[in-house]
Write a protein that binds this ligand. Structure first.
Ligand code: FEO
Length: 403
């Protein structure tokens, strides 16, 4: 058995045995600039238990880390907190290698694992416990955080909450604990993760955070399936950030997002930006061939305005802008005002199409859309500057009154 990869101790009984995916940059369409980790945890209880597995290509890394502590066939139980492939992809092979006495998942998890791999695993009840001999695991369903099957598991002996996707981030590091990592980096990656993965489920996040104290779980370690393990005052810090992001409280900030063919829509974007800045609103200007959709959504997390621009191409929105608008719509952002702009040659449908998409997202249009025929002249650019200034006023009001 390969034991090149070693475990990392988390608590007296819990050991990190996951995998570090240093090089992944595309996580189902999300730009993972700093890679990610697939965390799995081995509990050395009387009944030795593995919490989650890893993405399929990392099966040998997981097995090697387990083998650096114990012979993998000594594992009695596997608990699947979440059936998405980044945590269950290697489960069939791990079951084959380990031959555990039992595999557990939530009721929805049993269905998902059957559908994914044809596996028959045992369901656990919401609030139910699993006796590990000298300690116990308690299960709490967290439906839609991130999938319907999602649940968290609490280990009483070491006060560890295994939170699967909850409170995770895509961040590959040599360090395993959050207090060993720069908070600014973690905040950036945690925000990106929340914006791109959890945003549609913000009301459920708020409910979970409200319910958590009532569950009576004394949490000393918060152990997600991606990124660092939280301990000490970092636990309150990440819970607080999630609470803030779930509210989607707008700040006096506008995201101008667009693409351009021959530079005219780019000129308009810059003129609107100048007006916004003059009006006191902070601006992120993002051309879509320079900024990834997942970074745009991250910037929208605390924004008050989205101002989207596109040239008209073949009577339509430019493809990168259309892609972004569909992506944002699925993430159900709240508390945004918006506007549209773009250049055109002879038909000019894109601006109106963007406005329709913004309305579908419940974005309140804060200004009439701006269209420039071919190339905007000085007068047109002055109108754009005024448009930016007018939106700045509304964004400032929104930031004071909402959230
Ligand atoms: Fe990390 Fe929803 O999977």
């Amino acid at each position: 058995m390969n034991t090149t990869f070693k475990f990392r101790r988390i608590t007296e009984h819990v050991h990190w045995v996951g995998a570090i995916d240093w090089n992944i940059r595309d996580f189902h369409g999300y730009l993972t600039n700093r890679g990610t980790t697939y965390n799995a945890y081995l509990i050395l209880a009387d009944k030795i238990t593995l919490i989650d597995t890893v993405k399929a290509p990392f099966k040998n890394e997981l097995l090697a880390r387990i083998a650096s502590i114990i012979e993998p066939t000594k594992i009695d139980y596997i608990v699947s907190n979440h059936s998405e492939m980044d945590h269950s992809g290697s489960l069939p092979q791990i079951i084959e290698a380990v031959k555990p006495e039992k595999v557990f998942a939530s009721k929805m998890g049993t269905k998902a694992l059957k559908a994914h791999f044809g596996l028959d695993v045992a369901p656990v009840e919401n609030g139910g416990t699993l006796d590990l001999g000298n300690m116990a695991l308690t299960f709490v369903e967290t439906k839609m955080l991130h999938w319907p099957d999602s649940m968290v598991s609490y280990l009483d002996a070491d006060k560890v909450l295994f939170s699967q996707d909850g409170f995770g981030m895509h961040l590959a590091t040599s360090e395993r604990f959050s207090d060993e990592i720069d908070r600014a980096v973690m905040e950036q990656e945690a925000a990106k993760y929340f914006a791109n993965i959890l945003l549609p489920y913000s009301p459920l996040v708020e409910k979970l955070l409200a319910d958590l104290p009532g569950l009576g779980l004394d949490i000393e370690i918060l152990a997600p399936d991606h990124g660092p393990v939280w301990r000490g005052d970092n636990i309150g810090w990440i819970l607080g950030l999630w609470g803030k992001w779930a509210k989607q409280s707008p700040t006096n900030k506008a995201v101008i997002v667009y693409d351009t063919m021959w530079g005219s829509t780019d000129l308009i974007a810059r003129a609107i930006a100048d007006g916004l800045i003059e009006g006191g609103t902070s601006v992120e200007l993002m051309k879509l061939r320079a900024s990834h959709r997942s970074d745009v959504v991250t910037e929208l997390l605390d924004a008050g305005a989205i101002i989207a621009g596109s040239p008209t191409i073949n009577n339509n929105i430019f493809p990168t802008v259309a892609d972004l608008l569909y992506y944002i719509k699925g993430l159900k952002p709240k508390n945004l005002i918006g506007a549209a702009f773009g250049s055109y040659g002879w038909s000019g449908e894109a601006v109106g199409q963007i406005e329709e998409k913004l309305k579908e997202m419940n974005v309140e249009l804060a200004h009439e859309g701006f269209k420039a025929n071919y190339v905007p002249d000085a007068e047109a650019l002055e109108s754009c500057r005024k448009m930016g200034k007018a939106i700045a006023k509304k964004c400032e009001v929104l930031s004071r009154t909402v959230g």
